[in-house]
Ligand binder design. Structure first.
Ligand code: SF4
Length: 394
């Protein structure tokens, strides 16, 4: 799934770079250890600030020293020092130490705190498929970054996606919102391609596939939490190809600043992924220059997700309507709330729209996608070709 994947709400995904330098869904190590300190203090334990980091530093250093020379070689893929991945992989060992220092309840609290801090789906997959300092013999799964914090380029993925069959004029069974549109390819759901400027040369070559005659038959949705870096990259290109929708993520009022940065990206289409939404943002959001808003609640099978109040989505829908922005509800998440009460759904991710309140069964595509479809020479040639095939069949 990591190379060119299928996801429910669009046609495909493609990841030229796997891995990422993190964000609020995969915080820096010190943020994780600060959260541990805070949770222990709030629970009434005598626990000085900074002690969780010191403890993890010792545990991780011991694990590093126990590695063979070959496993310490950068080629092997493990990163030295306290990293967010190593904290996650160390959580059981940390729990055992905390049980000795404090008690079993504290140990449980610490393990839960570590797990709750890491909510990025791409990161969780990497943590389970990449290198593990505490289990160095474990085989890595090909196609992933060795550690999530080591963004790793994979040449050829955008080429493969660009060469996919055109879907213009085609129905998508079970996905009526996509009918007739060019193939929608979501770029970067397994990392953030704009984590490092060093990768820009690689990306420039890969983007040529998006702008190629094959790539122009599709629409590419490129998501980043680093819209400033995306803006620099697009500037180097002289602007993104016209079939790229530049997108960024907003999860709360704190990340609204990303929308201003997104407006600086030289692109013909812009969208927001407001997912997971953690609080009401409708009265603070500025949607000028934005074509599309996708909204969703947090969903995680293993841990208790943050709640998602449907009222936040409804307010946002109304703002979108006022400003002529297409609105798309992706999922209600694992913990939807309505009127302050949990909304019980059969689908554990809240992804089955037949279960949603009617007022939120909305999956609109932006006008710019339809404009691209109707004006693009790339696909209209396809349409002529398809028409020729149709007439051959009488
Ligand atoms: S891949 Fe996206 S969600 Fe995950 S850590 Fe990176 S920026 Fe955050």
């Amino acid at each position: 799934m990591a190379k060119n994947t299928k996801i429910q709400w669009c046609d495909d995904t493609a990841n030229p770079i796997m891995g990422c330098l993190g964000c609020e869904l995969f915080p820096k190590p010190v943020k994780v250890t600060n959260a541990i300190d805070r949770k222990l203090q709030e629970a009434g334990y005598q626990w000085p600030s900074g002690k969780a980091y010191e403890l993890l530093d010792v545990i991780i250093d011991m694990a590093w020293k126990a590695l063979s020379e070959e496993q310490r070689d950068p080629e092997f893929g493990l990163l030295p020092g306290v990293t967010t991945s190593s904290i996650y992989h160390a959580r059981d060992v940390v729990g055992q130490e905390i049980a000795k220092l404090l008690d079993e309840d504290a140990a449980k609290l610490v393990v839960e705190t570590i797990e709750r801090q890491l909510t990025c789906y791409a990161a969780i997959l990497h943590l389970n498929r990449g290198r593990n300092l505490f289990s160095p013999e474990r085989q890595m799964i090909n196609g992933y970054a060795p550690m999530f914090e080591s963004p790793t380029p994979f040449a050829g993925r955008l080429e493969k996606a660009a060469c996919s069959k055109s879907l213009v004029c085609q129905e998508r069974p079970g996905k009526p919102w996509l009918n007739d549109l060019p193939r929608l390819i979501f770029v970067s759901d397994m990392g953030d391609a704009f984590s490092r400027q060093d990768d820009f040369d690689f990306l420039r070559e890969e983007v040529e596939w998006i702008a190629s005659s094959k790539g122009r038959r599709h629409l590419w949705l490129w998501l980043t939490k680093r819209p400033q870096a995306m803006a620099s990259f697009a500037k180097q290109l002289g602007g993104f190809p016209e079939n790229v929708c530049a997108m960024t993520t907003v999860t709360s009022a704190k990340s609204l600043y990303r929308i201003d940065k997104l407006r600086q990206v030289d692109a013909g289409m812009r969208g927001l992924s407001v997912e997971p939404l953690w609080e009401s943002i409708a009265d603070k959001i500025d949607l000028s220059g934005i074509d599309w808003v996708i909204v969703g609640g947090e969903s995680d099978r293993k841990r208790k997700s943050e709640p998602f109040a449907l009222e936040w989505a409804i307010e946002l829908r109304d703002r979108c309507r006022e400003q002529g922005v297409a609105f798309f509800v992706k999922q209600l998440g694992s913990r939807p709330m309505q009127g302050g009460q949990p909304l019980k759904l059969k689908d554990s991710h809240g992804g089955d729209w037949s279960e949603w309140p009617e007022e939120l069964r909305i999956r609109k595509m932006p006008k710019c996608f339809w404009d691209y479809r109707s004006t693009s020479a790339a696909w209209s040639q396809d349409a002529k070709h398809l028409a020729a095939i149709d007439s051959d069949w009488g």
